[in-house]
Design a protein around this ligand. Sequence first.
Ligand code: NAP
Length: 243
Amino acid sequence: MGKVVIVTGAGRGIGAATSKLLAAKGYRVCVNYRSNAQSAAAIVDEITASGGKAFSFQADVSNESDVIALFDATERAFGPVTHLVNNAGILFPQTTLADIDVARFNEVMMSNVTSCFLCSREYIRRAESTGSIVNVSSAASRSGAPFEYIDYAASKGAMDSLTRGLSLELAPKGIRVNSVRPGFIYTSMHADGGEPNRVARLAPQIPLQRGGTPDEVAHAIVWLLSDEASYVTGAFIDLAGGK
Ligand code: NAP
């Protein structure tokens, strides 16, 4: 049976790069997106043109019925889901905790943590054989992101606990759960955070003196997901240029 993977939030950025790399390695890929159908379709076209197999599916992964529909659609298209990349995530403009309202805090938690919980649960409930999950966390879980987005950092901290706990629950079944923690990656997420040039501004403070690319993160995700990492579970790879 071939490998079938769902990559959440894959219409752009790290998720898109990961989808392309996984397809090149022979995975059949569900490119999940929430709002931008056009960019998800472009990723699918790119994969198909290179001889890979992919389809796109709209689902808000913070919503339980959307997640069930996402897994149903992937099973119909390609068969049982063998691998999962929990990549979808959001952040809001930089501010201090005192100025974060409850609606924002809850939306960040729903998009970044509840989504990871729901997709992981659906994956486990349906898992027919050993496979693996990779969670896309953030260096913010270590830094706490003071004066920027403590809500986002806390959501990634919760994701790290999910990674650790679930890796131990699933280890006896041979299902591995790992995480990458990117730091300063050139994607449009920083524009959503209110500072499109954030990575370039911070580059001099990064030991490697530059930001990272979505492809550099994708390579780590693809390795952790693969059988090449068969003895690795509950692990975190920091991709933050040494920060
Ligand atoms: P991005 O370019 O903003 O892409 C995020 C994607 O997530 C978007 O395509 C968005 O879809 C999707 N998404 C958000 N909420 C969703 C939901 N509820 N359901 C389905 N899709 C949803 O960001 P990125 O930089 O590639 O980030 C990918 C992951 O890496 C995130 O988890 C982020 O926290 C993490 N990360 C990024 C950096 C960085 O420096 N870029 C650093 C550390 C961690 P739509 O556009 O369709 O709404």
